[in-house]
Design a binder for this molecule. Structure first.
Ligand code: 1GP
Length: 229
């Protein structure tokens, strides 16, 4: 199992709050993707997260939990990704929820499995942006500043450009990748099939495919070979 995120080009993100048949889940897990990330912006509970972990565990693919609430901290994932929403107006989404989680679990954590994601929410209409009270009306200069913040000030292993639900501006994505020294650039948003997957993969380091799994599984699966083989 390859847990070196520097080698990951493709990730599927599955939402514990959405239905996925066993056949669809199997197809996702054996698709050749580098990892399955479990996470969502609403309706994520301990129960539905455990359930999805158990179902993904039948396969060999790395399984990552992207933590969005301390109620859904489930042990047993290969890695845990901790978002810090750099363009949130509410400090809770930058460090507040993190403080509360660490008060409870700080002494128990396996820090080697934990990775910080410096997030910038870029689609103001998305649930993720609304829930995290993000100021998505940012300029390219702002995004570049957030990228340097994640990369050089905070030393986040991941800088995540989140366009959730819409396909983003690949010129900006490529420009940002050129600035990063050590953070890996994750791009997510609106990758509906192989063409968008190739475009996004040419601009970032790792693409994240979410909604397409639920909207058009065949197209979603075709994103893997578009970027990996
Ligand atoms: C969402 O970045 C991911 O967190 C993927 O976005 O659902 O639009 O593919 P989509």
């Amino acid at each position: 199992m390859n847990l070196d995120i520097k080698q990951w080009k493709h990730v599927f993100k599955l939402d514990p709050d959405r239905e996925l048949s066993d056949e669809a889940l199997e197809a996702v897990c054996i698709s050749g993707t580098d990892a399955v990330m479990v996470g969502g912006s609403s309706g994520v509970t301990f129960e539905n997260t455990v359930d999805l972990l158990a179902r993904v565990r039948r396969f060999e693919v790395p399984c990552v939990l992207e933590l969005s609430s301390k109620e859904a901290v489930v042990p047993g994932f290969d890695l845990f990704m901790i978002p810090m929403v750099l363009n949130s107006r509410n400090v809770d989404w930058v460090i507040g929820h993190h403080r509360e989680a660490l008060k409870e679990y700080g002494a128990l954590l396996d820090w080697d499995r934990l990775l910080t994601e410096g997030y910038v929410m870029l689609n103001g209409q998305s649930t993720a942006a609304r829930v995290t009270e993000a100021d998505a009306a940012v300029s390219v200069k702002d995004i570049e500043a957030y990228a340097r913040m994640a990369d050089r000030l905070l030393h986040c292993p991941i800088f995540y450009m989140e366009y959730s639900g819409v396909f983003g501006d690949m010129q900006t994505v490529a420009k940002v990748r050129g600035l990063l020294r050590q953070s890996r650039l994750f791009y997510g948003g609106g990758i509906a099939g192989p063409e968008q997957a190739s475009l996004a993969a040419a601009a970032c380091d790792t693409i994240v495919v979410g909604n397409a799994v639920y909207d058009d599984l065949e197209q979603a699966l075709a994103t893997v070979s578009a970027v990996k083989f």
